[in-house]
Design a protein around this ligand. Sequence first.
Ligand code: CA
Length: 233
Amino acid sequence: MGDRILVVEDEEKLSRFIELELSYEGYEVEKAGDGRSGLAMAEAKPFDLILLDIMLPELNGLEVLRRLRRFAETPVILLTARDSVMDKVTGLDSGADDYITKPFAIEELLARIRTALRKKKAEGSGGATPGVLHMGRLTLDVPRYSATMDQTPVELTKREFDLLKILMENAGIVLTRDILLERVWGYNYLGETNSVDVYIRFLRGKIDDAFGVKYIHTVRGVGYTMRVEEEAR
Ligand code: CA
């Protein structure tokens, strides 16, 4: 299966051209026509790389990038029509891996994509291990059933561990109480529905409060989500 690339570009003709060329190279391509839907797609499932236009309707590319970086390290190549030094500096500051100025030769774009993917894989083979989840300073080693903050072990009950695992696997995505209840407690759970809130409070005590971070967020009236926010020291 080819690497999965998300193309966020509002110029339909260009977007289709890129899709065609990338598919021909064996990549799996999905497209978004504006910033908001691009971000939503990136939140909904993992991509190996994102091509992100800067001038986009709804949410501009730099804003999409800023929000994306709260939950994903996916390599991003910015597409910019403006050959402006400012955009490039802002883009790279916001966490882009590379940028390419339109109009570009497709061979040039393909070369940049290969470089970014190679870099990601080289980093991945050093750091990422299957079954090990990361969120800021927090690491969850699923096969070993252990949680550590920096190197400090965090003692969790099975229920807390399962809840944390689901939240980390879905980082950046809001999970409703019902979904959490179903996935952690099981479909036939007949206990209190506020169990989720109780266990979220336990996790906050052991992670956010204990280490002065803010990873577990309440989305009022909906549920909970995990993302890294600046540390509240
Ligand atoms: Ca555009």
